[in-house]
Write a protein that binds this ligand. Structure first.
Ligand SMILES: Nc1ncnc2c1ncn2[C@@H]1O[C@H](COP(=O)(O)OP(=O)(O)OP(=O)(O)O)[C@@H](O)[C@H]1O
Ligand SMILES: [Mg+2]
Length: 336
């Protein structure tokens, strides 16, 4: 589980945000709340102003730790998706180049990832919210050009090799099942190369930690607009996270053919629509396995030893999912 680290604000930081960053909006005076969400490469402040009815989120990137142009990209990405209906992204108000900062609408809602931990799969509320997340993603993809295009196997293979290289530096890399997964993924990347699959501008990090479920609708964030990719990449990352971030053990009966929880899969696809079925036979399993292995390796290689117990439970669950999915995928691929 990713929990943003919360730090108490220093007076100097509040002055800096109020006097250097927020004046770009021109509607002061501003007040900063006494809490900052500290991220690896950015800090997020909550600000308010009597001139504006809603609170503001100020995201300031660390110029050294963040990728070049991150703030500008975030601003441009948010501006691109300005549909104001049931499905939204935070409104972007200003990009402050000098301070690598973006000022946007503060969305008052818990992250879905945090809510999920209290919602077992068989509850109606979970079903409703997972469906909403599926609907949000469908809206997000549909805002762009959705079409069938050949799958780029070599590009996928490069990503797989990157994860494999990362796993070699981690402890636990000798896990035979993980090695078997990499072999299958390599095989699948070349099997699906050039096959037509549904592409759109993808979110690229669509997890329950990057979406807020609102009273009416949902708001997604933390994406870079304009990246083309198979829609199943977003769908599968979300499905894998849904099944990983919970404490109850998964039984074989809960896992459906796609290797994620049956109830969650049905709820999500009810929201997203039938598109996952349009992909070539076995492609969904391959995308699922890619995401499972990516998260498995990420769990092994994370430096901070926080939440050790939760992480080891997650890893156990991921290994089980990987086994389940790889057995099913193996049957769909031509014999090596
Ligand atoms: N517009 C917003 N309104 C309210 N809270 C926000 C907003 N933007 C970000 N946050 C909070 O800050 C956290 C981190 O934001 P974001 O996901 O953009 O950063 P990140 O560094 O990429 O995080 P991660 O590595 O967890 O994906 C979010 O999980 C959310 O709690
Ligand atoms: Mg995020």
């Amino acid at each position: 589980m990713k929990v943003p680290h919360i730090r108490t604000l220093q007076a100097a930081e509040a002055d800096f945000v109020c006097n250097e960053v927020l004046p770009a909006l021109g509607t002061g005076p501003f007040r900063i709340e006494d809490r900052v969400l500290m991220r690896r490469d950015s800090a997020i402040f909550r600000a308010s102003s009597p001139a504006s009815a809603t609170a503001l989120a100020v995201k300031i990137y660390d110029p050294v730790a963040s990728k070049p142009g991150a703030a500008e990209k975030l601003y441009a990405s948010l501006r691109k998706y300005e549909s104001r209906d049931k499905f939204t992204v935070p409104r972007a108000y200003a990009f402050v180049e000098k301070h690598h900062a973006v000022v946007m609408e503060w969305i008052e809602a818990p992250r879905f990832g945090d809510t999920l931990l209290r919602l077992p799969p068989w509850t109606g509320k979970r079903r409703e919210q997972v469906t909403l997340a599926g609907e949000w993603l469908r809206w997000f993809h549909a805002t762009t050009d959705v079409r069938q295009a050949p799958y780029d196997g070599p590009k996928a293979l490069r990503k797989i090799e990157k994860i494999a290289a990362r796993s070699e530096t981690a402890t636990g890399c000798t896990d035979k099942n993980l090695q078997k997964c990499f072999t299958l993924l390599r095989q699948a990347a070349s099997h699906f190369d050039r096959q037509p699959v549904t592409h759109a501008d993808v979110h690229d990090d669509f997890t329950p930690y990057n979406i807020f479920i609102l009273k009416e609708g949902a708001a997604g964030f933390d994406f870079t607009a304009g990246r083309k990719g198979p829609i199943l990449r977003d769908i599968c990352r979300f499905l894998v996270y849904l099944d990983t971030h919970k404490y109850l053990p998964t039984t074989a009966a809960d896992l459906q053919a796609q290797g994620c929880n049956r109830a969650d899969f049905e709820a999500f696809t009810q929201g997203y629509g039938a598109d996952p079925d349009k992909s070539p036979e076995g492609f969904l399993l391959y995308m699922q396995l890619t995401e499972i292995v990516r998260l498995w390796v990420a769990n092994m290689t994370r430096r901070r030893a926080v939440q050790g117990l939760i992480r080891s439970l997650e890893t156990r669950r991921l290994r089980r999912m990987a086994l389940h999915v790889s057995q099913a995928l193996e049957k769909k691929l031509p014999a090596a």
